[in-house]
Design a protein around this ligand. Sequence first.
Ligand code: FE
Length: 344
Amino acid sequence: MITPGFPTVFAAVLTTLFGSCFSAMASAAEEVNVYSYRKPELIQPLFDKFTEQSGVRVNVVSAKKGLVERLKQEGTLSPADIIFTVDIGRLSDVKTAGLTQPMSSDVLRANIPSQYRDPEGHWFGLTTRARIVIASRDRVADGEITSYEDLADPKFKGRICTRSGKHVYMVGLIASLIAHNGDAATKGWLAGVKDNLARKPQGNDRAQAKAIAAGECDIAIINTYYLGNMATNPDQLAWFEAVKPIFPNQEGRGAHLNIAGMALTRHAPNRDNAMRLMEFLSTAEAQQIYAQDNHEYPVKDGVVRSAIVNSWGSFKPDTLDLADVAKHRAAASKLVDVVDYDRP
Ligand code: FE
């Protein structure tokens, strides 16, 4: 489904050269081009719905990596209008690299709570995911672990599994601990978690649940949607069934949240259509499709969640602005090196 390539770039060149006459012709095509790091099957139903309602065609380039580099190389001639990615880290990196432009929209402001969008309007969250603790149903008693801070308790020595501390999901969580507890306390915490590791950090989030099911460790950290995804995958159901979700810090600041989101590119050739699509994606109708398919939490209030997400009930989320969490990412990444987290 890679349509925005040479022809669109060519149209952009013509538009630049010949001005508004060609500009009118180019916009007659009514399209919008998206570079996406999200799984195609997650977002295609949304784009189909948008096209059905607006008549605007959505061209998608999906990739696991390299899209930001491509955007950089294409510069002013890039056909991309919108970039889709996950994690505050990646969204703020795209902004810092100068690849986005601010967007002011009453619809987006109304639909997306302020802590999930850039104060300057460069990026917007569409769904949230909590980064929570999971524990063995058999080997960890209810109430034995209730906070991220507990993960550093020496009583859990040799019982914790996580992915690499350098992964954006871990860096985001560590950054939120720095924002709340400060640098020194977080360094002590991370060193404590490292001391409790059952094995060298490895694998993705689901691999940690798999390790609990296999008895390699008892406690891990995971993004909530992976629980939903494991529950609906027959090959991974046993991993899901071996663990219980624990939403941390419910008596205090709440569980750490991150987002999947979008940004308008700096040189978006189809800016108006891009804004229409971005606004559509924030509506209840689109939020429901997006959140249900990947078991994420919609950013907009009152939108129906997937059955499995609903089964966990409500929880207290950390309400710290993600833009503030992003400010501590560099310090968080440094701490991972300082305590040599990935090399027990
Ligand atoms: Fe993920």
